[in-house]
Design a protein around this ligand. Structure first.
Ligand code: SAM
Length: 228
């Protein structure tokens, strides 16, 4: 009963790896991966008591206690020192919270893991964090589910730092190349939203011109990408 969104995330988890799923809630993702024998062992980390109990119950019910460690901890503190974690997944939260979690605990990791991140909003912040911290985006997916559109960003550590253009940061370097139907749907929706905000600003009249110009520029950028 894994959602299409989490199925997509699962597909990017390296076979035989040791996973830490941060903000795991019901621990559906690690449970699915160990049951399907794709991974050996996982941590399901949760900071909030209710979701942590959800994880504990799920893992107990499935008799997976030896394969999934449920831990109540803030972010990457769920990972103990010397636990060789190959993949970290952080899904279903805002992009800035994902960046905060990564920044707060990253130095404690003894190995740079693959990161599979699914921000609900502010994907651009996540891409900036990755590039700033010597990660390379190796895959991106965009999936539509329950009237929402989710982006999944997969990144591996690299030695040579790379950079992205403003357009790539905003739209995603690989999503931009693929321009899938979900991508087009997302950005057509974003454009409509921005146009509505712009119309309201124009009516209000006493708003600063700079704000209007910023919106116009973003709309133009979206149009360029969609019409390209
Ligand atoms: N990852 C699951 C998914 O994608 O379906 C659950 C997503 S749920 C919407 C977000 C979860 O992140 C919540 O259960 C919340 O308690 C947890 N969370 C938020 N901040 C966290 C933090 N700093 N450390 C660990 N978990 C956190």
């Amino acid at each position: 009963h894994l959602s299409h969104r989490l199925q997509t995330v699962a597909g990017f988890v390296l076979s035989g790896s040791r996973l830490a799923d941060i903000g795991s809630d019901h621990a559906y993702l690690p449970a699915y991966l160990v049951m399907n024998k794709k991974i050996k062992w996982a941590i399901a980390g949760e900071v909030v008591a209710g979701p942590y109990q959800n994880a504990v119950h799920e893992i107990r019910q499935l008799h997976l206690e030896n394969l999934v460690a449920t831990r109540q901890a803030d972010g990457l503190a769920a990972i103990h020192v010397d636990e060789e974690i190959d993949v970290v997944t952080i899904c279903g939260m805002g992009g800035s919270l994902i960046c905060q979690i990564l920044t707060a605990g990253f130095d404690q990791l003894n190995k740079q893991p693959r990161l599979i991140l699914q921000p609900n909003v502010n994907e651009v912040a996540v891409r900036h964090w990755l590039i700033r911290n010597s990660y390379q985006i190796v895959a991106e997916e965009i999936v539509a589910e329950d009237r929402h559109i989710y982006e999944i960003i997969v990144a591996d550590p690299i030695k040579e730092p790379i950079t992205l253009t403003t357009t790539e940061y905003l739209f995603g370097p690989l999503l931009l190349q693929a321009k899938s139907p979900a991508f087009i749907q997302k950005w057509q929706g974003e454009k409509l939203k921005l146009q509505r905000v712009l119309a309201q600003l124009t009516q209000a009249q006493n708003e600063p011109v700079a704000k209007e110009q910023e919106l116009q520029q973003k709309i133009k950028l979206i149009e360029e990408v969609l019409n390209d």
